[in-house]
Design a protein around this ligand. Structure first.
Ligand code: TEU
Length: 554
């Protein structure tokens, strides 16, 4: 049978639209469920929780890296792209995971770390053995390092004494940047996609794709959205499309903006089907130190900042082009950053969920958000595991003396990535059901009243059940909440209003992310679909602290 080019385009478009219906659940595998009591989560653990995930209503799991690694940057330092880290299990376990997930209509999304390899990867070992080895060209070298800085702090150039040369690393020194100028790199990554595709994977998160081309223009070095980025990535993807039409690429490119999503998610410069919406992720970050500091002056209006509004209000940006998230393994817990950890814990967690699920775009939920997991308490430097957090102590405390040890610990309690990497809270038993052993690889949660899955399953108006309802509603009203247009605005009293509409239906959300009461227009005759307060008190014209509602406009 001959399939013509138009048919192929239709098939590919249908695949994209199908992905846009999905709710994605992000798992940080080391902290989800430990099946063998060694203190580390694993694939068997995830498999044992698939029924829970099916029941939650999610359609895909984004697995943070599960490849062989030294875990210098939480698995984003890959030693072998075709092996499962033995701490997590085996390739047989992975096949079983895919099989069991498919039975429940759940897709697996692999995290493809294509910008760099571990400095212990075979290629890099060969690369430093001799300049004559072909692998030497897979990486980026210089004799005279400039003052380029790594994203995790310090110089981006690392000296190799045996070669008397420096290699480039944008992240940790254990993560060596690949040279995408070389066709070899591209072929090697195509081969990685082939491998996981053949095991049933269709979704791919392309990690840090904006960085594949580094360049110097008029003496200025740049590492993001370089002039050959599109060329490199298209070469890579076109090779994949030669044999596979049903893949879905989510680009992870922090710094992307609405206008650049429009450029890179369609048309001649397309490099991914969809991009993460980074509109809210920096709210509360330190001005000079990024997530390694704290900006106490963040405002509720930041949740309707120009980029966030543009993503929603620009009709050209389609729902399938963006993925919204409130927390990820690269942020602290949203509830601790922006909600209320105490009296209004449930209402504020639900309000953040209602905010996210009102937005146009695919939704991603980080494990634990559905039970309102908060940041734990880290007491000192030794409690942290993240390379970025530890580097920040070294640089801002030890070297630059910008912060004291205590200040840094406090800031890390607010913003560190480790906050979102702690063991899941399944029940009230030992280690909260993460395992039955004594140890966990990282600090466990400070248990919070009613915060386990088991307890929330029993409680009708729990955060968990709120998530289940919101996911059901998204499907029930898909023509509006998935495919509909969006209009977002910040009302004068700081209530965020999101209106979603299709030809014949309109759903409005009024979101109060503050601990104050807010006056709204009178509320007669509306059918409330969701309310972050579970008491039966009717809404007339007041939203209570963190009260947010979604209603059907008749
Ligand atoms: O993060 C990449 C990323 O977000 C950076 O591009 C960003 O500029 C930086 O974090 C801003 O502070 C991905 C992963 O999500 C992250 O966990 C890894 O550490 C990183 O890539 C390196 O692989």
């Amino acid at each position: 049978m001959n399939i013509n080019i138009n048919d192929i385009e239709v098939i590919m478009k249908e695949n994209i639209l199908n992905w846009a219906n999905k709710v994605i659940y992000q798992i940080f595998p080391r902290s989800f469920k430990d099946s063998n009591n060694d203190g580390n989560g694993d694939l068997r653990g995830i498999i044992s929780k698939l029924d829970y995930l099916e029941n939650l209503g999610i359609d895909a799991i984004w697995l943070c890296p599960v490849y062989e690694t030294e875990f210098a940057d939480a698995g984003y330092d890959v030693l072998d792209y075709k092996k499962i880290w033995s701490t997590f299990g085996t390739i047989e376990d992975f096949k079983f995971l895919v099989e069991e997930a498919k039975k429940r209509n759940i897709e697996i999304i692999m995290d493809i770390v294509l910008n760099h390899t571990s400095n212990k990867h075979q290629w890099f070992l060969k690369a430093i053995e001799s300049e004559k080895n072909k692998e030497h060209n897979y990486y980026i070298w210089t004799d005279k390092p400039g003052d380029e800085e790594s994203i995790f702090g310090g110089s981006a150039w690392e000296y190799v004494p045996s070669l008397n040369k420096y290699y480039f690393h944008l992240f940790a020194k254990e993560q060596v940047d690949l040279n995408w100028e070389s066709d070899f790199t591209i072929d090697a990554m195509v081969d990685v996609i082939d491998f996981w595709y053949n095991l049933g994977v269709r979704g791919f998160r392309l990690d840090a794709i904006q960085h594949v081309h580094k360049e110097t223009n008029n003496g200025n070095f740049s590492h993001s959205f370089g002039s050959k980025m599109v060329e490199y990535l298209q070469k890579f993807e076109n090779k994949i499309y030669e044999t596979k039409k049903d893949v879905f690429f989510i680009g992870e490119a922090s710094g992307i903006q609405p206008n650049t999503v429009l450029k890179y998610a369609q048309g001649k410069d397309k490099i991914a089907d969809n991009f993460y919406n980074f509109g809210s992720w920096w709210i509360g970050w330190g001005k000079e130190t990024g997530r390694n500091g704290y900006d106490a002056n963040w405002k509720i209006s930041d949740f309707a900042n120009p980029a966030i509004l543009e993503y929603q209000n620009n009709k050209e940006i389609k729902n399938y082009m963006i993925t919204n998230f409130m927390s990820s393994h690269d942020t602290a817990r949203s509830i601790s950053r922006w909600g209320d950890e105490k009296l209004f814990w449930e209402e504020s967690a639900k309000s953040l969920a209602l905010y996210q699920f009102s937005l146009k775009g695919i939704q991603t939920v980080l494990y634990g958000e559905e039970i309102g997991l908060k940041n734990p308490i880290f007491h000192s430097r030794k409690d942290f595991r993240d390379v970025d957090a530890l580097n920040a102590y070294r640089i801002f405390v030890d070297e630059k003396k910008k912060y004291t040890e205590q200040e840094m610990t406090r800031f890390h309690n607010i913003n560190s990535r480790d906050n979102s990497r702690i063991p899941m809270v399944w029940n009230k038993k030992e280690n909260f059901g993460f395992n039955e052993g004594k140890k966990t690889w990282i600090k466990k949660s400070g248990y919070y009243l009613n915060s386990s899955v088991e307890e929330q399953e029993r409680k009708e108006d729990s955060i968990l059940n709120f998530y289940k309802n919101i996911i059901k509603l998204r499907k029930k009203f898909s023509s509006v909440l998935i495919d509909g247009e969006a209009q977002m605005e910040l009302l004068e009293n700081e209530v965020i209003k999101v209106t979603r509409f299709s030809n014949d239906q309109k759903i409005v959300s009024l979101i109060n992310l503050t601990n104050k009461e807010k006056t709204i227009d009178s509320f007669n005759n509306r059918e409330i679909l969701l309310n972050t307060y579970s008491d039966k008190k009717g809404i007339e014209n007041i939203l209570r602290p963190y009260q947010s509602i979604m209603f059907l406009e008749k």
